[in-house]
Design a protein around this ligand. Structure first.
Ligand code: WT7
Length: 646
């Protein structure tokens, strides 16, 4: 499908970037005066308490600083500053799994945030810079807790509710959290599920840093309370004052940590700043989603991922928008759930992952026909490459061939979108992220900075620092440098490398070709092969293991494990189930293997390095083109191929 879809300009008459020539002008403006142009936007968008001294400080690269010396507060930016004009506008529109509805206006949100902020200070002694781990479902209190942390300068670290107690514990310990905020549980597919028992399990050992657990009531199921440690949010909130002064935050002071998988070792605590992060969250909300005052916007992500941070909570609220929070799943009670909500709330922007689109497409080609989806103007996708058939269904069936699709490419580390179509400007090629956003120097290059030839794969790099970029890896500055600034250079200077490969076509369009490292993208979620392997090795019958991604019809990639047992006679289907149980306990259900093969050995070089490329080819059923002569035992390749084909 090489067709070009021109933007429906008439539907975007209020867009900030209205045409390709306006896009090009803005790109040129950044090229001519990079810092000056960023300063212009920072001055226009952020409600500064104290002006900054310097736009960009590169003196300690790659530990870049933006807007140093400036003071502001993200909760003020997202809530308080809107009160004058938007007190009664809906800020958050919540729909529960069971269809419960609840709205919070900006005025009500301000009150909840202030009460919660006061509770954190008064009841839990939380001070600026303290870490608060949040293990919560998709309920309004989760957004309130994030903003309450921001209001008092505490650093939140949200852990996705699908992670296990072990994974939660690792993150609590790494962040040295003082407080954990959770809920009894929530609802999923019409049934209650539990979160608090997972927290109890996580805190069983090694978490001396945690002084309290604050529990929000959601599903009303019975939970156990640890005397002195556990406190009820719903009880404490009753007595707190409704006003709270925002903590002035220096631009670079951290807003949050969010753990994400790397290619090796344990998850990395990606550290984001206050001013630079919120600036770009707001700007991309305005540019990419063309958010207008009368719009209702819905992103289906979970706040446990960066998409939920930037595009459910911070971006929409900084832009003064109405944002939908949905507790449930797109397939319950049926495949029409999302479309029913779009119709009912007259959603204007709908943002989801290709996995969800593929699944809903498969569940009912014509299901969307039952609903009035004419309110939609923009459809977004994120997290993984979208394939042309899914794109086409999304465009025609959901968008009525009358919407712009924004295929937004970005990462936990980039804070916000970096490559994306602009709805009123960019002629779209299906399943292509298109062009870098103005201000973002995204380039496809070779390791030495040479631009790749048209149609050749290269490294997806961002060659200049930008305001919403990752600032550090919590507790591991060295890993920050080597993970992101160790592979590629431009003009002799290390530049940010995303870990993705990409390709530029003859018209300059960028297509992301996927990770070049040992990271798998399962349903748009990042999973490090090293983490899954470490979990599998915990099973006492396992001698060695290598994990690779296997193309999957719905998930994009699934997880496939090659396992060498200590005793080959133990191989059985039951053992596979047992191994998956270990993975679920160590990481969570999101890391379960779709398939496993018990093999006599792994293809290793004479120096002991596992040749993963061969394992990736075998699982895809591709011919082995790699040179196998350097292997310790070249015959193992044929043996493994035989086993996998069975
Ligand atoms: C990785 C980042 C960004 C929020 C959700 C995931 C892949 C992301 C796209 C896209 C192709 C994409 C990349 C990236 N990715 N968006 N539009 N097209 N691939 O955040 O967990 O940090 O994962 O997701 O491989 O590196 P994340």
């Amino acid at each position: 499908m090489s067709d070009i879809f021109n933007p429906k300009t008439e539907r975007f008459d209020r867009a900030l970037i209205k045409s390709m020539s306006e896009y090009k002008d803005l790109v040129a403006e950044f090229d001519n005066d990079y810092e000056g142009t960023w300063a212009k936007f920072a001055d226009e968008k952020i409600d500064w308490f104290k002006p900054y001294d310097k736009v960009l400080d590169e003196s300690n690269a790659p530990f870049y600083k933006w807007f140093s010396g400036g003071e502001m507060n993200v909760a003020h930016q997202c809530v308080d500053r809107h009160l004058e004009s938007k007190k009664d506008k809906t800020a958050i529109l919540f729909e529960g799994d069971n269809g419960d509805k609840k709205t919070l206006t900006y005025g009500e949100l301000a009150v909840e945030v202030n009460k919660t902020a006061n509770m954190f200070k008064n009841q839990f002694d939380i001070k600026k810079g303290d870490r608060v781990v949040v293990y919560m479902p998709m309920i309004t209190e989760a957004a309130v807790v994030m903003l309450a942390c921001a209001k008092i300068g505490a650093i939140h670290s949200i852990v996705f509710g699908g992670f296990s107690a072990e994974a939660l514990r690792d993150r609590i310990i790494d962040a040295q959290a003082k407080l954990v905020v959770t809920a009894d549980g929530a609802f999923r597919k019409g049934k209650p599920y539990m979160l608090k028992p997972v927290v109890d399990q996580a805190l069983k050992h090694g978490c001396d840093c945690v002084q309290n657990v604050c529990v929000v009531e959601r599903n009303g199921e019975e939970i156990t309370w640890v005397e002195g440690r556990d406190k009820s949010y719903n009880e404490l909130i009753k007595n707190e004052s409704t006003s709270c002064e925002p903590e002035p935050m220096e631009s670079e002071e951290p807003l949050f940590l969010l753990y994400t998988s790397g290619s090796t070792g344990k998850p990395k605590g990606v550290q984001h700043s206050s001013a630079g992060y919120i600036l770009w969250a707001q700007m991309t909300m305005e540019w990419v989603f063309d958010i207008q005052d009368d719009d209702t916007y819905w992103c289906t992500a979970d706040i446990g991922w960066i998409t939920g941070h930037t595009y459910i909570v911070y971006g929409p609220l900084a832009a003064g928008a109405t944002t939908v929070m949905f507790e449930g799943v797109p397939t319950f009670p049926d495949a029409g759930r999302c479309w029913k909500m779009v119709e009912e709330y007259k959603i204007n922007q709908f943002y989801t992952a290709p996995t969800a689109i593929r699944l809903l497409h498969k569940m009912g080609e014509n299901e969307p026909d039952k609903y009035d989806l004419s309110s939609l103007r923009i459809l977004g996708t994120v997290g993984e490459p979208i394939d042309p058939p899914a794109w086409k269904w999304y465009y025609e069936k959901i968008g009525g061939s009358n919407c712009s699709i924004v295929d937004t490419y970005w990462q936990t580390e980039t804070g916000g979108h970096v490559i994306s179509p602009l709805p009123a400007a960019t002629p779209i090629k299906p399943a292509c992220a298109t062009f870098p956003l103005p201000g973002i120097s995204a380039e496809v290059i070779e390791e030495d900075g040479t631009p790749t030839e048209v149609g050749e794969k290269g490294f997806m790099c961002i060659t200049k620092p930008w305001p919403s970029m990752i600032r550090n890896i919590w507790n591991d500055s060295e890993r920050f440098k080597t993970s992101y600034f160790g592979d590629c250079k431009k003009d002799g200077k290390p530049v940010y490398f995303s870990g993705d490969g990409a390709m530029i076509d003859e018209d300059g369009y960028i297509t992301i070709t996927g990770r070049t490292d040992d990271v798998i993208n399962v349903s748009g979620h990042r999973m490090g092969t090293a983490e899954v392997e470490a979990a599998i090795k915990k099973h006492d019958k396992v001698a060695a293991v290598a994990v690779v991604g296997k193309p999957h019809e719905i998930k994009g990639e699934g997880i496939f494990a090659y396992i060498v047992l200590k005793d080959a006679n133990d191989a059985s289907e039951d053992l596979k189930v047992e191994i998956n149980k270990v993975i679920k306990a160590e990481i969570g259900a999101i890391a379960l293997c779709d398939a496993m093969a018990f093999v006599p050995d792994l293809p290793k070089t004479r120096s002991g390095k596992i040749m993963r490329r061969i394992l990736r080819s075998i699982v895809k059923g591709e011919a082995i083109t790699q040179d196998t002569s350097t292997l310790e035992d070249p015959s193992i390749v044929g043996v493994i191929e035989g086993i996998v084909k069975l």
